[in-house]
Design a protein around this ligand. Structure first.
Ligand code: SF4
Length: 466
């Protein structure tokens, strides 16, 4: 059953790739807008499908989400670990400099526009996530300093707890230290609550307090902080031929990540036992441990890729077209394996595919992308039974069927080719090909709006509910 607990919250994610055009030579700098402001939540234990035609930005979204590509703008909040466990530098910096950041943004906001305004707004949003209601005060120094102290205590507790998990460090003095830290944290929490009560009547305090968010913003982590989260966030690539190192045996390929994340010492008997266990879960036999990737079939290689991702005990896996390169019988095996592993390990998947039938079978929710934008998202049942965006209607009408009546009836062929992501159309990005386009669509971009519970569409004229 799908949980309602968020694992990831993506807010206005943008990924632009610069292309030719040097400002020094007087050329206007151009960008491929691969992802143009995507906002969505991914819940624990769900499989979210992402569909759309080739080049619409699905794979870029999956990779940017994992910070394999640097995000151009927006936030990617991760809830699988706490801020105290990772202790990001950005939290310390933001809370230390909160009064300065607030002042500079408040000065800028009324006078700037365009990019500077967007940056100032983003800075404020990022700060309010940490500062909460204290962001509404004239002078937020006391609140920010209390929050910083509490954060530092929580970090110390997380460090002490992780150290005490190793048997050698679990001494009496350690547990005493932990008790003292917990008492200190409680005292700080009480002082914080008292201060909040005193400020509760300040204008906008409640709105700012509602912005408080404990998610880890992946795009603001340093590379070493991100590396500590890599074990939680994994990816299985489309091509099982090029994504495995041909010079390494299967054992070495799977062992590399496990040793890097220090789950077991390299070359130890426990490591060997663990590798065999992971391989067995993924349908690979023990004698394959010393084989090289070229000695396997396509389906077996994809199993090796899945075993490599699962060996580091992830919480979230991006499956980037991971069955597209396989023939149909192997596809079925891999899909069943993914479902089985999800049940056993409690995984969350982002399943990127252009195969609508596979997505329908595998996913709990589905998002539809067009030209770098998310145009529709909802439960798989709702989107397939009752598509509301003209692009989704078009896509679904083109699913091949063996029923002769379906083949002849209701097939909608979109006009022309998709526009260039370097120079996307103004207004609705689909208006150049939409069979329902009207004048307003050429000028105004439709926002993603909820049309029924859990079903959102970015269209000025969503198709009526059937
Ligand atoms: S906003 Fe207009 S052009 Fe865009 S999908 Fe809806 S009807 Fe078509």
């Amino acid at each position: 059953m799908q949980s309602t607990k968020k694992l990831l919250s993506i807010v206005d994610l943008k990924k632009y790739f610069p292309v030719s055009g040097s400002p020094r030579l007087g050329h206007k700098k151009k960008f491929i807008r691969a992802n143009n402001g995507i906002t969505l939540d991914i819940y624990r234990g769900e499989t979210l499908g992402l569909v759309g035609e080739s080049g619409c930005g699905k794979s870029t979204f999956g990779r940017t989400l994992l910070q394999l590509y640097e995000q151009s703008a927006g936030s990617t909040l991760y809830y699988g670990k706490t801020l105290a466990e990772i202790a990001p530098v950005y939290v310390e910096k933001a809370l230390q400099n909160a009064p300065k950041i607030l002042k500079s943004c408040q000065k800028k906001l009324p006078y700037t526009n365009g990019l500077e305004l967007a940056h100032a707004k983003a800075d404020l949003e990022n700060l309010f996530r940490l500062l909460g209601g204290f962001g509404a005060l004239e002078d937020c120094r006391v609140g920010a300093s209390l929050l910083l102290q509490k954060h530092r205590t929580a970090v110390a507790i997380a460090k002490a707890e992780s150290a005490s998990n190793s048997a050698s460090a679990a001494t009496v003095s350690h547990s005493e230290k932990l008790t003292t830290l917990h008492t200190l944290l409680q005292e700080q929490e009480t002082r914080l609550q008292e201060l909040k009560k005193q400020c509760a009547n300040v204008a906008h305090f409640t709105e700012c307090e509602a912005c408080l968010d404990g998610g880890i913003d992946l795009c603001r982590l340093t590379s070493s902080e991100m590396r500590r989260l890599r074990g939680d966030l994994q990816i299985v690539f489309q091509d099982p031929y090029s994504s495995l190192d041909p010079r390494m045996t299967v054992g070495q390929i799977i062992e590399e990540g496990v040793a890097t994340h220090r789950l077991f010492p390299k070359g130890s008997p426990q490591m060997r036992e663990y590798l065999l266990d992971v391989m067995q879960k993924c349908g690979l036999q023990a004698h394959m441990l010393h084989r090289y990737p070229h000695q396997f079939s396509g389906g077996q290689r994809q199993r090796v890729s899945i075993a490599r991702a699962l060996a580091v005990k992830p919480q979230f896996v991006v499956c980037d077209e991971c069955v597209s390169a396989l023939d149909v019988s192997i596809q079925a095996q891999i899909i069943n394996l993914l479902l089985e592993l999800k049940e056993k390990e409690g995984l969350t998947y982002l399943f990127i595919s252009h195969d609508l039938s596979v997505v329908r079978f595998l996913c709990d929710r589905v998002g539809v992308m067009y030209l770098g934008n998310l145009v529709e998202i909802g439960s798989t049942k709702d989107v397939y039974k009752d598509p509301r965006h003209p692009y989704t209607v078009t896509l679904l009408s083109l699913i091949p069927s063996t029923d002769p009546n379906v083949q002849k009836r209701d097939r909608i062929i979109p006009k022309g080719n998709p526009p260039s992501p370097i120079d996307p159309p103004i207004g609705c990005p689909f208006h150049t090909r939409c069979y329902m386009a009207q004048e307003v669509c050429r000028h105004r971009m439709p926002p993603l709006m909820e049309v029924s519970l859990g079903h959102s569409v970015a269209c000025h004229f969503p198709a009526p509910k059937q």
